[in-house]
Design a protein around this ligand. Sequence first.
Ligand code: PLP
Length: 851
Amino acid sequence: MFPRTAFTVTVNPKIPPRLKRLEELANNLWYSWDRATRTLFSRLDPVLWEAVGHNPKAFLKRVDESVLLKATEDRIFMASYNSILSTYDSYHDAPSALNGSKSLGPQDQVAYFCFEFGFHESLPIYSGGLGILAGDHCKAASDLHLPFVAIGLLYRQGYFFQTIDRLGNQQVTYTVSDFGDLPVTPVMHPDGSSMQIEVPLPGRPVIAKVWQVRIGHVMLYLLDTDLPENSPQDRNITHNLYGGDKAMRIEQEIMLGMGGVRALHALGIEPTVWHINEGHAAFMILERIHNLVQQGLDFASALESVAVNTVFTTHTAVPAGHDHFPAEMMQTYFDSFYRDLHISYEEFMALGHIPGSPDFNMTALAIHGSRTHNGVSKIHGGVSADICRDLWPQIEPEENPISYITNGVHVPTFLAQEWADLFDRYLGYEWRNKMCDDDYWSRIDAIPDHLFWSVRQSLKSQMFYGIRSRIAEQNARNRGSEAHLDRLLKFVDPINPSVLTIGFARRFATYKRAALLFENLDWLRRIVLDQERPVLLIFAGKAHPADVPGQDLIRRISQIANFPEFEGRLLLIEGYDLRLARRLVAGVDVWLNNPIYPLEASGTSGMKAGINGAINLSVLDGWWGEGYDGKNGWAIKPGPEDMEGVVRDKEESRALYEILQDQVVPLFYNYGKLGYSSNWVKMAKHSMKSLLPRYNATRMVDEYVSKFYRSASKKGASYAADDFSGARNIAAWKAKIRQAWPGVSLRRLDAPVERIYFDETLDFKVAVKLNNLAPGDVIVELLICRQFKTTRLGNFQHFQLECTGMQDSGEHLFELKLTPELCGKQEYFIRVYPYHSLLTHPLEMGLMVWL
Ligand SMILES: *Cc1c(COP(=O)(O)O)cnc(C)c1O
């Protein structure tokens, strides 16, 4: 080639006035759950639509002017454009029919912080379940018209795109986003300059630009440090999600937590509830304390004031999964900061302290700096309470303040269009407002079986089309022949999608045991190679680039897929993302999940499958522990927690094969004259109607509002009123209690009675040494329960003892007269703990003395 200069010029179309509002549609993530909007764009130019990765904004910058002009002449196109705009306007104007917004006051504002957000493949700032859950939380907040904003980081490279080579090695490519193509816009000041905030890092300030993303009614603000004002290193802070070393991570987390608070301040937003979704964002607590200390409040009162309206949700079931930073690093980054708070280094480090580790733990900070904490399923609530038990050293984990709200998925995003259409016909248009109404969803029974089945088949067929093109692309890149491709796709027949199809797709984290199904290949062969009743297995998922065992799993599955007898029966599809997820959860017959109990905090992909009529086959862990009702799918009962890994895999894979062989395959292929199994349809319907009204994001966000947000907001206001007198009182009271507590003790005065008759009364007398505390500072309590083999504290009835005076010894006398209501042997305990009416949780101090 001759030496020459390539000049470029980009030509953007001029959007015709009649289509002007396409730009509005492209800049509102509403399109991520409104399929009609996405279809509208794709109809303009399907090839370009694919080429820009389903991104309306990038599409509008590249579509030919002639296409747009032609569309304005196309009456059918214009009709759907106008109909979409009218739906769009009524969504954005209408007051909500749901209760969510009503339970928060007009001045309320929830700020929701998360490290990643997954709304749609066109905004690649998510990696997996956590981000998508956060996206669904925002979408449901919009549906509920909540006063709600979200805060995150705008990653230039997002998460990686995955390909898998012929040997099964995961290949990682990062694409650099042009922010002009993303559905984000800079926040502008009235003078036309873009909003920036500044966050101090050691020795230099780092500037971040504030971007906004519209998600229906709510706004997401994203911070971006890739600015010429910053050094090259600092420009990299918001480059990739979960990339880089510990220093990069702490800088990202400082940016999100502290920068996020600064951005809200710059925006003039004053949240009344602060929600930390996973520990990454917990530094926001420090920034808020800092602000209050600068206003003149002491550290302890500032901490109380901040914590009382902060909600913390943990999503991790392994202690090692919680972020933590070495003490020296904390010293480097927070040296001047804690001095500003007028506290010692030790007091500062205590905020992130977990016994047994010198590191600063973000979960510990999040818990110390919040008064409402939860896990994301019933099982995970218990696991989290146990992991964090040392933060309330004198409290049994069962009673400590960690509760749970089970995750849910955003139904409009993940429900296939065919279902929405069928619901319109058989349930009525109002199904969208009946999301949590169990009775309403029993109407699914009114859908004729053959129509239900034909939707299932049609979704499977669409999935097969998608899989065919992906596998073809994969095969071509890996230099497979055409003949080989035919082999791979022999069961993937969109015209006759009759093969029983089992899907497994999620991050390839080792605890999810993607290879459990391959424990006993002979047994698996017997199941899937049946000539009459074939089985197709579809796998997809990414492993974190630093997760070597996760990548080994991909290689293992790829190798098995290449065994001649498994060719075409086991497909490993690359590039798992939201788009592929939507296809798979709707298209497969069975959704498989087999994590190591109890490590799956919740899991959400099974919910997405369930609402689309796929049937779950899953270990009773995470959400399935409560979702499974005996008839809506299949359950693998996990072995005991202390079971050795190898044994567990053997036992649980055996259960998996047995269920597949004895139940799943026979039920699916029990075709009658109808050409489908009516018992299968019965189970799928039952699964759909039992799961949809319960595992949706509206129910989830409604629960956050009614259980957490409302009370956090009220308590926050009461702590802050009168120049923070509530916060000051509680801080002073806690200091007094902490000081006196080691001297508090209990002594029983009455002689324990061993046997009484029904209707007789027991008279308990306890002397309590309060060590200068007042009787009103404590609760003395008797817990009683009929004795079972294993008695959980939750089964006990509680009775309070009343203070009746003081002994000469200086002890206070507490008494209770109790007439047991039940006969039989009863077990009881007596205990004392500090109590104040301003506390959020009665046991939040973590102090208790038992008799
Ligand atoms: C729902 C979803 C997940 C989470 O799936 P789990 O089974 O809960 O791990 C991960 N990635 C994508 C793309 C999803 O849509």
